[in-house]
Design a protein around this ligand. Structure first.
Ligand SMILES: [Mn+2]
Length: 423
């Protein structure tokens, strides 16, 4: 049986990642494919507004793609009853290629018996000595696993007992883990390893639809579907795929795709916005039955309300990780209608950024405080990259901050100059 394809956006998902994954999974379904949208993290306020407006439930969250013991356990391997005879135990070992046999009492895991200890009992039989019982030979295993443990922790040699809530479940081995069919995963709105859900090396990446730079070293075992376009939003590419396939975009999906375009292009203000994004938005708005400007402003406002976020949450908002030269750094972003409140608590925000930077040993942690109204960004940061920032933007860094008028896009206006300065 082939596994259902997971369609996912990036970690710290934004509206494009959430909505494009839902929309692309839906297109796959409408074309008869077994695909489902998942998400890499919590949904932000802007996306929540869009989902609620169009009455769509958020997709389930998946925190990693590691093969679990639960996927590999052989539940058909029955345990020996604790009242079993030594002969039953001998039969068990004859039937199973294992050095240990699990022993259970009405499903409760009791312990394991060793093949070698059983052999000793048969030597005793020959010698006419008194014999032990299965129950008395049972002891705690050196190592055992639970269903949610990672399969890659099962040692290469030997068979191991799997229990759950002290109940015997089955046995597992490294080969069982290796034989588990990989989870097919379709990436939208990202391709850099650091932004993919953890454990992607144990999954099977089957496709990528994206509008970001190609970064990092995503490698696959076979040929895959790849569609990259330098447009403002993944949703614009997905809209094109519906058209190409001749599939009518369902109303609520059109609404979500529109929300993604509005979000990524900041209502067409961002320099990343292309004529293709605008054209798509016009079509999507008529399908969704909303006024772009009115709906767009309401949605952006919902996302721009950071008044109830803690400094830690703001420091992590829409965070992405990057590497360049020998530096690793993060760039978070908040988009607000008015930057005054946030700039008033700049020192607190920098402390929160620094805490995060230290915890993961990043060289720097940046926060873009972007004003939707002024179409500008105050870039603040923690870490020792003042010289890099200064040369990237041709400005003096004043107290861990540079003011960047006409800058709204991390992808187009922040990441490239920093990476260039690191070269
Ligand atoms: Mn995007």
């Amino acid at each position: 049986m082939t596994k259902q394809i997971f369609v996912t956006g990036h970690k710290s998902p934004d509206t494009d990642s959430i909505c494009s994954s839902i929309a692309f999974a839906k297109l796959q379904q409408l074309q008869g494919k077994d695909a489902v949208a998942i998400r890499a993290g919590e949904i932000n306020k802007e996306t929540t507004y869009a989902l609620q407006y169009f009455h769509v439930n958020p997709q389930p969250m998946v925190t990693d793609f590691y093969v679990k013991v639960a996927d590999a356990v052989h539940t058909e391997v029955a345990a020996l009853d604790c009242n079993a005879s030594l002969k039953d135990a001998a039969k068990w070992f004859a039937a199973h290629d294992s050095e240990i046999a699990p022993v259970a009492d009405k499903g409760e895991f009791v312990g394991v018996i060793d093949k070698a200890a059983l052999a000793d009992q048969f030597i005793k039989t020959v010698m006419g000595e008194e014999l032990n019982t299965v129950k008395s030979l049972a002891h705690d295993p050196d190592k055992f696993f639970q269903l949610n443990d990672n399969g890659h922790d099962v040692p290469a040699e030997g068979k191991y007992v799997v229990t759950e809530n002290d109940k015997y479940v089955g046995m597992v081995c490294a080969d069982c883990v290796a034989n588990v069919e990989k989870q097919p995963v379709f990436l939208v709105d990202h391709n850099e390893k650091k932004q993919i859900i953890d454990g992607s090396e144990e999954a099977d990446i089957v496709g990528v639809i994206d509008h970001h730079r190609i970064g990092g070293t995503l490698s696959t075992s076979g040929p895959i579907f790849i569609l990259f376009k330098p447009v403002g939003c993944t949703a614009t590419i997905v809209t094109g795929l519906y058209e190409q396939a001749g599939v009518t975009i369902p109303k609520e999906i059109a609404g979500l795709l529109l929300s993604a375009v509005i979000s990524d292009t900041v209502l067409f203000r961002s320099p990343t916005c292309t004529p293709e994004d605008k054209e798509a938005a016009v079509k999507l708005a008529s399908l969704a039955g909303v006024d772009v400007e009115k709906y767009g402003m309401e949605m952006l406002k919902a996302g721009a309300n950071v008044s109830d976020l803690t400094p830690d949450q703001i420091a992590h908002n829409d965070m992405k990780e990057f590497s360049g030269g020998d530096k690793t750094f993060t760039i978070s972003q908040v988009q607000v209608m008015d930057t005054t409140d946030l700039l008033n608590q700049k020192q607190v925000l920098i402390s929160a950024l620094d805490k995060m930077r230290e915890a993961k040993s990043y060289d720097a942690a940046f926060l873009m405080i972007t004003s939707i109204i002024d179409e500008s960004t105050n870039l603040i940061f923690a870490g020792n990259m003042d010289d890099i920032v200064s040369s990237a933007f041709g400005k003096d860094v004043l107290d861990k901050e540079v003011y960047l008028p006409k800058v709204m896009s991390r992808k187009k206006q922040i990441v490239p100059p920093i990476l260039d300065a690191l070269k």
